[in-house]
Design a protein around this ligand. Structure first.
Ligand SMILES: *Cc1c(COP(=O)(O)O)cnc(C)c1O
Length: 367
């Protein structure tokens, strides 16, 4: 029996994709080989990576003057690659200014890496209220090399409802947990990046979408594997790319296209999230700790109303156990935040959200 998997990542994938991948695991596209066995430079693999890129460009509306790269190292390596490629000077003197907005754990980590190679300035932060809102976006410095934001904050469950105006400074967006969850205007950004394991496929592949003019700015000392210019010149094949991950991403994108693309995904995701948020508004025992205008469609944390810490801990652990027994798994909040969190990525059907709400209504009555 398949469960409803509310994990923040790696997370649930469309069942149709898993079935197709399973059916052709030993013989893909009539080649007599698994994708895992193919040379990445062979005529058999070429259509697989091309299909993933074509579909991604089509579904996201990526303009022609942007490159799509399939890299490794997770979104976390982009925290370093962005400053190294867009703003680094001499290896021992971080003098170029860059802008960051501190909206939670991932944003903070990005800024920490940025501060190793640049003069990273935190332009705004929502730390004062446990990151429960997106702060008003200040303008970047006129000479900043880029302006970094985390578009959807996976851990706390906030999202930028409106993108900040970065002027002529390239906006850099971490879209790890919201890529293709709804339409996004790629042209507003200089660079977008996402680990695949939240909304697009298995862990191990990182997608980078970068405007042409931002490629080729890395100083000579930056290692080859960390350079956008080399990965772009080599078509993501400077070394062996994560072939199987790219193949699965292609299948997920095909599934998304057949189910109406980003627009339709956005409608479905809004409907799912509104269902859960409106239940939380009415619930006598659970609530959302996130300010309304900043709420994420993808990651929805919720907390039990219970002032007695011991009673709350006991109720939380019983909730997680009983939910898992009912086929609703991975509902614990992030280890640094606590409480609960339901991640409703593209592959989570509305039936999963309804099942969760029904379970929560029943659980409330036992308190
Ligand atoms: C998960 C996540 C990351 C880290 O991704 P890795 O691929 O594990 O490095 C970074 N940013 C955001 C917004 C995330 O959700």
């Amino acid at each position: 029996m398949r469960v409803y998997n509310f994990s923040a990542g790696p997370s649930q994938l469309p069942e149709a994709v898993l079935e197709k991948a399973g059916a052709e695991i030993a013989d893909t596209n009539g080649t007599g080989q698994s994708v895992m066995e193919m040379s990445h430079r062979s005529k058999d693999f070429k259509p697989i990576i091309e299909k993933a890129e074509v579909l991604l460009r089509e579904l996201m509306g990526v303009p022609a003057n942007y490159r799509v790269l399939f890299l490794q190292g997770g979104a976390s390596l982009q925290f370093s690659m962005i400053p190294l490629n867009l703003a680094a000077g001499k290896s021992d003197s971080p003098e170029t200014a860059t802008s960051y907005v501190d909206t939670g754990i991932w944003a903070k980590k990005a800024a920490e890496e940025g501060s190793k190679y640049t003069r990273a300035v935190i332009r705004a932060s929502s730390k004062d209220k446990a990151y429960s809102y997106i702060p008003a976006a200040p303008a970047p410095g006129a000479d900043d090399a880029y302006y970094h934001i985390t578009v959807n904050n996976t851990v706390v469950g906030t999202a930028w409802a409106e993108l900040p105006d970065a002027g002529t400074v390239p906006l850099v967006g971490d879209i790890s947990s919201c890529i293709l969850s709804q339409p996004l205007d790629v042209a507003r950004f200089g660079v977008l990046y996402a680990g695949a394991q939240k909304n697009l496929g298995p862990a191990g592949t990182t997608i980078v979408i970068i405007r042409d003019d931002l490629i080729g700015r890395a100083p000579a000392w930056v290692p080859a594997m960390l350079r956008y210019d080399i990965h772009a010149e080599e078509g993501s094949m400077y070394n062996t790319p994560p072939c199987y991950g790219i193949y699965i991403i292609g299948l997920v994108l095909e599934w998304l296209k057949n189910s109406g693309g980003a627009q339709a995904a956005g409608r479905r995701n809004r409907e799912k999230a509104e269902l859960l948020y409106s239940y939380l508004e009415k619930s006598p025992r659970f609530f959302s700790p996130i300010e309304k205008p900043s709420r994420s469609l993808m990651n929805i944390p919720f907390v039990l109303r219970e002032n007695d810490a011991d009673k709350r801990a006991a109720a939380e652990s019983r909730f997680l156990k009983e939910a898992a027994a009912a086929g609703l798994v991975n509902l614990a909040g992030h280890r640094l935040v606590g409480g609960f969190r339901a991640s409703l990525y593209n592959a989570m059907p509305i039936e999963g959200v309804k099942a969760l709400i029904t379970f929560m209504e029943g659980f409330e009555k036992t308190l």
